[in-house]
Design a protein around this ligand. Sequence first.
Ligand code: SF4
Length: 507
Amino acid sequence: MDFSSGRARLRQARLAGDRRELYPHSLQFYLDPPTENVSLVEFESFAVDRLKLLKVVENLGVSYVRSSDSYKTKLGAELRKLKFPYKALAEDDYEARRKDHISHFILRLAYCQSEDLRRWFLQQEMDLLRYRFNELTESLRQKFLEHVNLPFEAISEDLKNELANELCTSTPGMTKVKEQMFYKVGLADAVDLFRARRVFIKDGFAYVPHKEIDAIVLNNYRTKLSKALALTARSLPSIQSDERLQPLLNHLSHSYVGPDYSVQKNTGKISLEQIDALSGKSFPLCMRQLHKALRDNHHLRHGGRMQYGLFLKGIGLTLEQALEFWKKEFIRGKVDADKFDKGYAYSIRHSYGKEGKRTDYTPYSCMKIIMSNPPSQGDYHGCPFRHSDPELLKQKLQSYKIPPSGITQILELVKGMHYQLACQKYFELMHDVDDIGFSLNHPNQYFTESQRLLSGGRELKKEPSNSGNSQQKNNSQESMNSNSAPTSSNTTADAELEGLEAYFTED
Ligand code: SF4
């Protein structure tokens, strides 16, 4: 029974009305930034969820045809799971619409910082909009077009019957005019279709079939979002001066939304003698490259030592094993035992949290490797899919006996800047499986999944798995409070790692 007073009920109704006005549609072009106060906890959790969503969009876009049922089902399920608007929802989905709005603008801030980031963000947002636009019912689509100032009118049945012959002959591939919706669009908005002779023109209007209207909407959205990203990039200096936001935004653009592999169940279970064999079977290409360079040159520069050393720690090397491993190799080169003990050994103990600030450093995620500290000449760190010349990458893959058709697929993914997906393809080819069954985000995840597969402990799942994401989310949420600078574990580790790197810039 409702005991609330008449005035309270009125206030509630007014609030609901305001809310509906704020987000009249489940879909938007994100033209106006949010103006309400958002707590840092919400700020981070919204951003992490959208990042997860965009990564799924990227993954599905490469694995499935975008108009296929599998693509739609999986993307719809992800939107529902993460509580974003996913369809023509009821009007009371205010929270989902609000989250969609705010999270878009946060990632816009994080992903406007470089050309690579902008391109990636734009592509995933476009794919997301395409899916959601096509899921709208006819009347909602019409409402949305009016809302974003693209008032294309669906023509009436009478007019369609009257123009049936012209529509059929002027629209390539059109056989059943009666079953199609056509929109009357001003020529300026349909120039491309008009030039390609794909639409019927009459009295200054193009009659665009439904399947082409999403291309017009997307073009419009792309132009608006590209401009907005460029404008946002210009306002970065003022955001960079905000000490609460800047680390968080940087963290997001290098972000990885899975476990950090800091808890090693395997610690001590790997012997040094196994590493050579493991590097060929279960190391991702980045670590295989570092291992080979270390064996060949008996040395790695500090970028390589950091990336590879933390990876080895993540797969289970104890501190004692790490000291022995690096020392044995280095003293075979130009470093004598004394120099190793005085310099390099300290940095290894430091990375295990036994020196300095005693931070237990976590292995680098793919995003961190791909987005920061690109290798220079003489370096072997980085991601080979991102940082290698395509010809050299091809030769390397050939030397690892990857079949030519597989190499072509990998190079295509690299060309499209889908580096982690290229790595997934490499995993599939190395393990002779058709579907990797998980979404690759971390070199240590590659290793763990490979070992599980090789030991027969895992049945390949068909659904992309986001296992472990909740752990990261909890960690990061716990570590934030609305009054302080972000202190999520990775952000802190990143900052302190810079300190560690500064200790040993010696090559
Ligand atoms: Fe390493 Fe990740 Fe690049 Fe694969 S995608 S090579 S795991 S950094």
